[in-house]
Ligand binder design. Structure first.
Ligand code: FAD
Ligand code: SF4
Length: 473
């Protein structure tokens, strides 16, 4: 093991597009490590015998082992090491909240900056893909059974990848015309290039996974029909939590008021950002207000800026410390000129004679006692109303479970409409598993993937056990 005295105290910086330039284009913001930069950063890892970083990773990537391979210049081998537990390292290296997961546990943080685990994960995955070194692993011999996966987000893609390698026939049913879930329709190009997500789906197709796109399960086919008429032996549901929500304040029905989901879907999936090649209708505000403080709010705000807004303001009811977005996204948004009106809550939207939003009334807030989430709750300051101009208002205040599928299947739901499933993903409907946001509510990519992996393992066990397995559920 290395001596901490020999370790460089600061991380290797990652080159980025200049804030002024990138604020007006959709290309990726961080430019990635060069091989030299990656090796310099990898040399900072102590290779701990009891690596705390691994305990912070929801899928327990063997972090010291893959970083040791980077240190030796064995980049493709490092990528393969990560992939033994994380099927989407190019995605996770870009969007995981590492500062509260692996990097928050890195032993170095007591004395200096933690190892940049996420940046190294991104580097090895990009190196393998860009140099055409991705290997198609050997599949187990065919088991003669098929599994339906509903939803092509990170949870569904993980289940499909694991089951196809285990020798099962896998068909993914996806409502949209593209696979990827939030990775495709939610997270913008400047944070996660769509070509990366497309490659991941293409890789699964090469392995033999079939994709049935534009299929809304619950409407076109029911879960029961998948298990009976369609002949699938098991079903995994990974339909996410994409039902938009708005604040219950006057004026949300005005033109120019969007949920972040709709706004980002129009921009990303329907390619409004590629105007004029794609003429997707989208309101282009000059003074944009985004309500909320999570990753979704940052993505919507930075998208509005890139679509030509003069000012974009994040309106959030708590203080900066409580912002739930990844630290890097907040930092990037600030650098690009996004304004933050913190401890502020909208109370009404107002429009013009054409029914288009023009301004917003807000109240100032202060922090009171901690609430159920452990965060200090915002309390209104009486008489503190003020108005701000806003010709585009985007609500990024959380999402819910979409009832289209769940209403049509007889499984138990919790009081918010999310599917009840155990830690292996088993629902109360025999032969049906679920995981990701549709079970937990809005969470993270890596958690959805972790749930997918656990379910795939249990589905294998169940199918190997045959009909007994079904009765024993
Ligand atoms: P999803 O990714 O939501 O995928 C579900 C899929 O199911 C979708 O493709 C949907 O079209 C499909 N579907 C839905 N209903 C049906 C149906 N009836 N029939 C067929 N298909 C259906 N997490 C992070 O870790 N880091 C981040 O930086 C981050 N940023 C985010 C930014 C945005 C804008 C959003 C919205 C979320 C972000 N998240 C982030 C959260 C993360 O993306 C989700 O937790 C994760 O994608 C959940 O994965 P999932 O597979 O459960 O569902
Ligand atoms: Fe390396 Fe930090 Fe993990 Fe130790 S805790 S193995 S130093 S990344």
């Amino acid at each position: 093991m290395k001596n901490i005295k020999d370790i460089l105290p600061t991380r290797t910086p990652m080159r980025e597009q200049e804030p002024k330039v990138r604020a007006r284009n959709f290309q990726e913001v961080p430019l990635g490590f060069s091989p030299e930069e990656a090796r310099r950063e990898a040399a900072r890892c102590l290779g701990c015998i009891k690596p705390m970083c691994v305990t912070g990773c929801p899928v327990n990537v063997d972090i010291p082992a893959f970083i040791a391979l980077v240190d030796q210049g064995e980049f493709a081998a490092a990528a393969r090491k990560v992939k033994t537990t994380n099927a989407l390292p190019a995605v996770c290296g870009r969007v995981c909240p590492q500062e509260s997961q692996c990097e928050a546990k890195c032993i170095l943080r007591h004395k200096m900056e933690p190892v940049a685990v996420g940046r190294l994960e991104r580097f090895v995955a990009d190196f393998e893909r860009e140099n055409d070194l991705v290997e198609i692993p050997e599949k187990a011999s065919p088991k003669g059974k098929s599994v339906a996966v509903v939803g092509a987000g990170p949870a569904g893609l993980t289940v499909a990848g694991d089951l196809i390698l285990a020798g099962y026939d896998v068909t993914i049913f996806e409502a949209f015309h593209k696979a990827g879930g939030v990775l495709m329709y939610g997270i913008p190009e400047f944070r996660l290039p769509k070509a990366i997500v497309e490659k991941e789906a293409a890789y699964l197709e090469k392995l033999g996974v079939k994709f049935e796109l534009n299929q809304v399960i619950g409407r076109s086919i029911t879960i029961q029909e998948l298990l009976t008429e369609k002949g699938f032996s098991a079903v995994f549901i990974g339909v996410g939590a994409g039902l938009p929500s708005f604040m219950k304040i006057p004026g949300t029905d005005l033109g120019g008021v969007y949920s972040a989901n709709e706004y980002l879907t129009r921009s990303n999936l329907m390619k409004a950002y590629l105007f004029p090649q794609y003429d997707t209708p989208i309101v282009l505000g000059k003074n944009v207000a985004v309500v909320g403080g999570g990753n979704v709010a940052m993505d919507a705000a930075r998208t509005a800026l890139r679509l030509g807004a003069d000012t974009v303001t994040i309106v959030y009811r708590r203080s900066k410390t409580e912002l739930p977005a990844r630290a890097e996204e907040v930092h990037h948004a600030e650098e690009e000129g996004i304004q933050f009106k913190l401890l502020t809550n909208p109370t009404a939207l107002h429009g013009d004679e054409n029914g288009m939003v023009t301004r917003m009334t807000c109240l100032r807030m202060e922090l009171g006692e901690p609430d159920a989430s452990g965060r200090r709750s915002p309390v209104e300051i009486p008489g503190s109303e003020f108005e701000m101009p806003a010709d585009l208002v985007i609500f990024a205040v959380g999402t819910g479970a979409n009832p289209i599928l769940t209403q049509s299947a007889e499984m138990q739901l919790n009081k918010w409409g999310y599917i009840i499933a155990d830690e292996k993903g088993r629902t109360t409907l025999p032969g049906v598993w679920a995981g990701g946001d549709i079970v937990t509510g809005a969470a993270t990519v890596i958690e959805a993937m972790g749930a997918g992996r656990a379910a795939a393992k249990d589905i294998c066990k169940f199918l190997e056990a045959g009909a007994e397995g079904l009765r024993g559920q």
